[in-house]
Design a protein. Structure first.
Length: 406
């Protein structure tokens, strides 16, 4: 059995969501103090949502600590998990929760659309290949880096570990719903975390919820549903992210034309469309990107200047429903005003179902253990969830364009 070194005394970090983050293991504390983990202080958790909710400036750093804390509570407070996992598995899953977002780029998922870079790919690459991170993990236990990465890439042989970090009812979602609700000043994402943890059980290779916890799960499902529509898919947040995308599109088009933009060297590897080395990826945080945008405000290209100004100063695109009539009228207005629709017209559709049971993957389903010991998929145990599953999948289809043409 692998024995991990404890810190001389318990470290505690104050947190507005969980009260305290508790750290008792040297390997956890050392990972928190690496440059890659500290980099997450410079990346917002919610992409463009801080353009709507002005206090939503919390970071991937805080969220990752929160996920770690929930994982720590799950493996220590839930008797079934405490008994089902050995010490190495417990450490592996705590590290996976802590490091699951370490490969995130700036501007949340908007940057992934620009760069075609999967943050999960870079997360695993950092864990396994960065000398600082992998060195800490391998010093704690040989082979630990790969085991942590395997949890994140859903390849660990013990599927319970993956379910704890990434499933329909996992520590990642449990933290970001509460954290995002707190920092946006909304109540949509609130649910009873303590009750969920009290009703967690293990049945075979699956994490399940006692039947008495169904109401807490329903509350969690509705919290997620409302947060998507009220916060994550807010059209103003999407407007900001679409502007960032168009700015990068203009930079790419200029490069393809053989032109350069002074100050944009940071973005060159992304614009070239190639896989970035870790040393090229590391500087891509929101502080550096925002500074680069400020340089591009003085670019020779007028479109680049304008898009940079809009991103920096919240001069966002307006929006309407995506209808043929609206598209025709907006295109005509853009032409009259001299705006190139390639950069000044965006069509954007988002959709979300509150709960979709992926029957081919038990880790993507919420399971309920009934009083007689049967295990049922959530929509078979909850009339509320069943009605949501059978109902229509909602979507929001909009066009975005400069507000001044109206």
């Amino acid at each position: 059995m692998t024995m991990f070194v404890r810190t001389p005394e318990e470290k505690v970090l104050r947190d507005p969501v969980h009260g305290y983050i508790h750290v008792q293991d040297e390997v956890i504390w050392k990972c928190i103090n690496t440059r890659w983990f500290q980099r997450m202080r410079r990346i917002h958790q919610l992409g463009g949502a801080f353009m709507v909710y002005h206090t939503a400036d919390h970071t991937r750093f805080a969220h990752s600590l929160g996920v770690y804390e929930i994982v720590r509570r799950m493996i220590t407070e839930v008797p079934d998990l405490r008994e089902a996992l050995n010490e190495r598995e417990k450490m592996t899953v705590m590290l996976a929760g802590l490091l699951h977002d370490i490969g995130h780029g700036p501007f949340s998922h908007a940057f992934e659309q620009v760069s075609n870079i999967s943050h999960e790919y870079y997360t695993c690459k950092i864990i396994e290949e960065d000398p600082e991170i992998s060195g800490i993990l391998e010093s704690a236990a040989e082979g630990l880096a790969k085991e942590v990465a395997d949890v994140i890439r859903h390849k660990h042989p013990n599927t319970i570990l993956t379910q704890i970090v990434s499933a329909q009812l996992d520590a990642d979602r449990m933290d970001y719903l509460l954290r995002d609700a707190y920092f946006t000043g909304t109540t949509y994402g609130e649910y009873d975390l303590a009750r969920l943890l009290r009703t967690l059980r293990v049945s075979g290779d699956r994490i399940v919820i006692k039947e008495s916890g169904v109401y807490a799960v329903e509350n969690y499902i509705m919290a997620r549903y409302h947060m998507y529509w009220q916060v994550y898919y807010h059209p103003v947040a999407r407007s900001y992210e679409n502007l960032v995308n168009k700015l990068f599109l203009r930079l790419k088009d200029l490069m393809d034309e053989g032109k350069t933009a002074d100050g944009a060297e940071l973005f060159l590897p992304v614009l070239q469309g190639r896989e970035l080395t870790l040393e090229e990826y590391y500087p891509l945080d929101e502080y550096a990107c925002t500074y680069t945008f400020s340089l591009l405000e003085k670019a020779e290209d007028p479109i680049l200047r304008d898009l940079s100004y809009r991103v920096l100063n919240r001069h966002l695109f307006a929006y309407r429903a995506n209808t043929r009539g609206n598209i025709r009228s907006v295109k005509a207005a853009l032409k009259r005003a001299g705006f190139d629709p390639r950069y000044y017209l965006v069509t954007d559709t988002v959709g979300q179902a509150p709960y979709v049971p992926y029957r081919g993957d038990s880790g993507k389903v919420i399971w309920i253990r009934t009083h007689n010991g049967d295990v049922r998929e959530l929509s078979k145990a909850s009339g509320l969830v069943a009605s949501l599953v059978k109902g229509p999948k909602l979507s929001d289809d909009r066009i975005f364009y400069p507000a001044e043409i109206e």
